[in-house]
Design a protein around this ligand. Sequence first.
Ligand SMILES: Cc1ncc(COP(=O)(O)O)c(C=O)c1O
Length: 377
Amino acid sequence: MKIVPFEMERWQSTWENSVEYNLSESGVQPIPLRELLRDAVAIERFLDHPLAYSQGNGTPELRSLIAGMYRGATPDHILVTNGSSEANLLALWHLVEPGDEVVVMLPNYMETWGLVQIFGGKVKPLRLREDLRWQFEPDELAGLVTRKTKAIAVCNPDNPTGAVMGHAQRKAVVDAARDAYAWLLSDEVYIGSEREGPRTESLWGGYEKTLITNGLSKAYGLPGLRIGWLAGPPETIATLWGYHDYTTLTPTYLSDRLAQIAVAPKRREEIFARTRSILRRNYVVVSSWIADHGALFSHIPPTAGAICFLRYALRINSSDLARRLLKERSTLIVPGDHFGMDGFIRIGMGDAHGYLTKGLARIDALLGELKAEKGTR
Ligand SMILES: Cc1ncc(COP(=O)(O)O)c(C=O)c1O
């Protein structure tokens, strides 16, 4: 089986740990293990855990805590996975048969876009529009859904735009899925990373054929735990567990136990507050940096996520720009090309204040050269 390259992940996996400034990340500064465990007794207890296989679908304790986030859900509605990326993989591996159509909200993380094609499906793009502040036009969705629609895949809040789906769009998605009796697949890994406004509401509970994917990598600042999950109807979750037997078998024993600490309701709120304060502090830095560049950049302020999706006015392709930044300034960002959107770049803003400002200064140095060499549009 041939795969569709996952361009952004190839780019990040190859360079993120060797550049001097990595501004390609979409999450906040990860929480150190010591900070997560907090007290000496917990640290000591943690050291006694065996490095054993863990419960394949997640421990009952962890599934029960996760189920608590979804109204009416029980541990049987939850499957714990290795990252939300594995959750998306299991869902689409199961759902997509050759010839199926899947409506995919774009731009997004692009995993679902690639997987649908790998499994022989056809992607029907549902475009987020800059002129609508990165919302889609609800009428457009109705026109994309046909008898062959197997699923509608959304990402809310969205990566790379940081937009949260509006009320009319949420209703349109649920109605369209129900009308076509298609699955609704909602990647909600950025819930809890709202810089502004209320917590984004999950699409859980509006329609019976809904699968939610989520995990600890973004809003929780715990990407190294590699903990994600699926929430869905128990019989579908049981089926998906069978797919998990062929991928990674179990979540890591230690990660499952650490995840139990992070998702406990009180701690979860503390972690989300930490995330919000990092985003608020850093967006001040990034937005004033953007303003300093006048008409060179334009952007719709992101509501959630540690990401800024910027339109730029330089006469250079986004991959060329990102490559030059990498090679000449040892700084990593994500080119719009990775989302099928040349003319944009995605900048991560979740890191420490000093690191972020130094990384932005590296971008400035290149921008100065590019303006002189290429001119602006
Ligand atoms: C929307 C979205 N879904 C899923 C993932 C995968 O995250 P993980 O597997 O670390 O949970 C990412 C990572 O950037 C993402 O942006």
